[in-house]
Design a protein around this ligand. Structure first.
Ligand code: NAD
Ligand code: DAU
Length: 359
């Protein structure tokens, strides 16, 4: 692993991964290809360790000639593919961009590396890897007592987002099977931590609570997610790229499955502790139940057995300590928060999504 193309490295998980990867792999050069959509932010990449080993290229993963050029120009031997449209609610209101980026974009990247690695034989296939970042949402929703998702759980995606990710997983696997491309896939549960765009539950609730706005709970709030601190996810991806077997899939989860209402109440109690003089104390009083997400998956849970047994990975963080760290990060990074909160298109997204729900 020498020259690594990271796609979507200006987003939430991608930027955390760029930082983590530079610190743990002293020999690599990173190229970050990101279209800087509403979710991409170069402020997420300030203060990188060893920035001389990092280059940024603005562009779209669906742009075939750009992708081909970058892979050849930087002699890429490893791709870590994060770039995607990632928000379920947006996929319900406008699925088209999800089909384009998540499916066509992934296909475009695969075609480019196949040409360079397989057809042109730029490197021995033992020394290359296409790693695809995916989600547990491809497995659909679990019944209350069903066992957690394992790597052999059948795919049953329910939202346009989940279906587009499932589709991209299948295409990646097919390139491995048919063309012998050394691929790997990780299917991960809900991440939280620094730099998460405040359209997702945890940062949305923190920022709304700070300004005394309603904390919107979809439906009864008893839906269950498996929460993982983003740095734990980064470590798992690194282990899979380094030691995972080509062609394999690894599930990654946090072994922590609170309901949404429990998570929101926990955030409120952390804020009460940190800001006892806030005019919005107790923050719990801001909670409002609003119209549910159409087709809302009820429960996710991940079985970590394979990655833990084969690669020795386990989450290091507990929800209580990592959620405190996360809330503190949003409290400390007011410039980052204000820049996003004042974006016109973020405000119009919030209005459109929540007014309709009665929030
Ligand atoms: P994000 O929305 O924060 O960031 C996505 C990034 O991709 C942004 O920087 C954006 O500018 C870039 N991007 C979007 N379309 C692009 C295009 N056409 N070309 C180039 N760049 C483009 O997403 P995230 O939460 O960091 O998720 C990253 C990946 O991890 C996604 O593939 C997502 O499906 C997956 N994932 C996310 C979670 C989670 O909880 N956030 C959990 C499991 C898996
Ligand atoms: O499971 C992995 C997935 O986790 C990733 O693949 C997605 O990219 C990521 O966005 C996340 O999807 P979710 O839909 O689970 O995340 P979100 O933060 O949008 O919602 C978490 C839960 O909280 C979900 O049950 C919906 C609910 N929710 C969300 C929002 C934004 C609310 O109750 N109110 C809200 O305002």
């Amino acid at each position: 692993m020498n020259n690594v193309l990271i796609t979507g490295g200006a987003g939430f998980i991608g930027s955390n991964f760029v930082r983590y990867f530079l610190s743990i792999e002293p020999g690599i050069q990173i190229v970050n290809l990101d279209a800087l959509t509403y979710a991409g932010n170069l402020e997420n990449l300030k203060d990188l360790p060893d920035p001389g080993r990092y280059a940024f290229e603005e562009g779209d993963i669906c742009d075939s000639s750009l992708v081909h050029r970058l892979i050849q120009q930087y002699q890429i031997d490893t791709v870590v593919h994060f770039a995607a449209e990632s928000h379920v609610d947006r996929s319900i209101l406008g699925p088209s961009q999800f089909i384009q980026t998540n499916i066509i974009g992934t296909f475009t990247l695969l075609e480019a590396v196949k040409q360079y690695w397989v057809d042109e034989k730029a490197f021995s296939l033992e020394h290359v890897r296409f790693h695809h970042i995916s989600t547990d949402e491809v497995y659909g929703s679990l019944e209350p007592n069903a066992p957690p998702f394992s790597e052999i759980t059948p795919y049953a995606p329910n939202s346009p987002y989940a279906a587009s990710k499932a589709s991209s997983d299948h295409i990646v696997r097919a390139y491995g099977h048919t063309y012998g491309l050394p691929i790997s896939i990780t299917n991960c549960s809900n991440n939280y931590g620094p730099y998460q765009f405040p359209e997702k539950l945890i940062p949305l609730v923190v920022l709304n609570a700070l300004t005394g706005q309603p904390l919107p709970i979809y439906g009864d709030g008893k839906q269950i997610r498996d929460w993982l601190y983003v740095e734990d996810h980064c470590e798992a991806i690194w282990r899979v790229i380094r030691d995972g077997i080509p062609g394999e899939t690894y599930n990654i989860g946090g072994d922590t499955q609170p309901s949404n209402i429990e998570i929101v109440e926990l955030i409120c109690s952390i804020l009460d502790e940190r800001l006892p003089d806030s005019p919005h104390f107790p923050h719990k009083s801001l909670i409002r139940h609003v119209a549910d997400r159409p087709g809302h998956d009820r429960r996710y849970a991940i079985d970590n057995t394979k990655i833990s047994r084969e690669l020795g990975w386990q989450p290091r963080e507990s929800l209580h300590s990592a959620l405190r760290k996360t809330v503190d990060w949003y409290l400390a990074n007011t410039e980052w928060v204000n820049a996003i909160s004042n974006q016109k298109n973020h405000q119009s997204w919030l209005q459109g999504n929540y007014q309709e729900r009665g929030g």
